[in-house]
Design a protein around this ligand. Sequence first.
Ligand code: ADP
Ligand code: MG
Length: 245
Amino acid sequence: MDQAIDLAQFRQWILAYADLIQEQEAYLTELDAAIGDADHGANMRRGLDRVRERLSDPSLAMEDVGALLRMVAMTLISTVGGAAGPLYGAFFLRAAQAVDTDRPIDTHQLAAMFRSGLAGVQQRGKAQLNDKTMVDAMQPAVEALEAAAEAGATVEAALDAAAHAAKKGMEHTIGLQAHRGRASYLGPRSVDHQDPGATSVYLLFQAAASLGDPLSEQDADSDQPPAHDDAVIVHGPNRREHPGR
Ligand code: ADP
Ligand code: MG
């Protein structure tokens, strides 16, 4: 990956996210069964499957990253449902609105876009850090992107740092009591469970790691190892490699 991320790479990222959601559907549902209503996996799967369909429709060719993210937002709003649908919708819509198409999407611009997306989520859902929601993975990821931009890091290194931060944030939700969303109805009984929405946010940043994977590029050298430890794909609910376990 270069110093900037282009439309084709963004598209690849979203497709990788759709694949990860598909793989982890049962796991997300299992997490939501413990502190919610067992639909987060199905909700996200339905939404990202529809996004994948639209991305493969040549009549819906997207002209820039803003248009791509708007399509993702509208599709998630209309298909995911639950609390997460409108919140992910707000995230991608606000990120789309922050895109400056006259500039390359470098680490600075990416950080600004996702800061704006996070603000959209918080405006809509009113969750603060440590309320045990998707914000607990999203905010550390955005802060990592901002720190990476300040440090002059490449997009690839910045996204790697964001995935690390999102993972830590996701794991931190295990010890928290929920103060927003359905899980908050459980009060103290929501403690000791990982938040499903924070987990699907981690998967979004984990999917970005595939952008640095040489195997995913056309002239791939198949002898190259994966670029990042964090890019290791996690598997279904009966395996050991769950994110955060
Ligand atoms: P629902 O709770 O309506 O069944 P989902 O199961 O799809 O919707 O999504 C649940 C996730 O949504 C939670 O794990 C949490 O991360 C996130 N969430 C719920 N309410 C909020 C909120 N107010 N702000 C941020 N995230 C929230
Ligand atoms: Mg649910």
